[in-house]
Design a protein around this ligand. Sequence first.
Ligand SMILES: Nc1ncnc2c1ncn2[C@@H]1O[C@H](COP(=O)(O)OP(=O)(O)OP(=O)(O)O)[C@@H](O)[C@H]1O
Ligand SMILES: [Mg+2]
Length: 365
Amino acid sequence: MAKAKTIAIANQKGGVGKTTTAINLASALGILEHRVLLVDADPQANTSSGLGFVPSEQQQSIKHLFHPEANVLNDIVQTHSPNLDIVPGSIQLIHFEINPISSNVLRLGKALNPAKPMYDFIIIDCAPSLGYITLSALSAADSVVIPVQCEYLATEGLIELLNTLKFVRKKLNPNLDIEGVLITMFDQRLNHSRHIVKLLRQYFEDLVFKTVIKRNVSLGEAPSFGTNIFEYKISSEGSENYLKLSREIISNQTKMKKTKPILGKNIQDIMKENTESLKSLETNKAKHLNHFEAFQKKSKDFKKLKGLSKKEVIDIFGLTYNDIYSDVWMYRISDKSSVFRKNFLYLKFRNGCVRDVQLRRFKQG
Ligand SMILES: Nc1ncnc2c1ncn2[C@@H]1O[C@H](COP(=O)(O)OP(=O)(O)OP(=O)(O)O)[C@@H](O)[C@H]1O
Ligand SMILES: [Mg+2]
């Protein structure tokens, strides 16, 4: 009997491309005739809305899967994409994060079990946190894809994430492995993007996917049309990149059956060899982190950004998911904030220099 491989897409750093990867990897696997179940395990429910579902209007929802005796088969909805079903997300999931029904992080995995014979892959999109819900997803998973944004602060939080994976492996799910580190939002034109790829490959070696996801405007646009990149713009680089990633994952699957060691080294080895290297990588980037934190401490300091060129702003904050040609850039600051509150910094440019700076706070939920 077929048994789905369960892959969690996780990184507690926000805005690194987890949801974009979950939606488009799952859709690509479906297009390549694998049966896929996509599980939206983020209270922001961006995976669901990105595929055209309004989570609050769905009867079926992931929130049911945290109850004892839950069975995922009651909460599956068909999508418009071939071979792709979804368990829609729910903003109410946040209640479980704060006040778990039980501390049993194995419930989600148990609830997903009945779906395993029906699918080839179960893809779980995680929230930007390492709380109860993400631990539940990691406990349910066979492997984890770690999207890393090709940015100055790329390695921020990676050590913490690797430590969490190590903890999960030791205490909750000894079979959890790293499917791969996925470089996202790569921009060939930027020196720092190329540098970060080089460093990540140097430290994580063959654990980094060969496929790199390039920065592609269509990938950013597709969710607002409630669809994946293949329906939105099949002839885009984004579509090519995610098809390539899905083929790489499928071929790793076959390799894994033949060879015991799963994709490169196991987590313990990475921890041993890379903690020091990663630390020095973090130190290299500390200059930018310090800038970032210094600016965050006093919001009035953001005004000092006025008059800086785009290049100078990139040197401080990186490009993140802004379009270099746009005259309005946005940065999400205080990544560590919960999903309840998000702070955004808006920079408006004129003639290539910052003309206006605005800090906005949004409450979610
Ligand atoms: N390769 C890409 N090219 C251009 N834009 C991208 C790309 N990948 C993601 N984006 C955009 O970047 C933003 C953040 O991506 P996404 O929502 O996938 O990240 P996330 O890690 O799921 O965020 P969160 O932590 O909030 O859940 C989104 O606006 C998305 O459309
Ligand atoms: Mg997301």
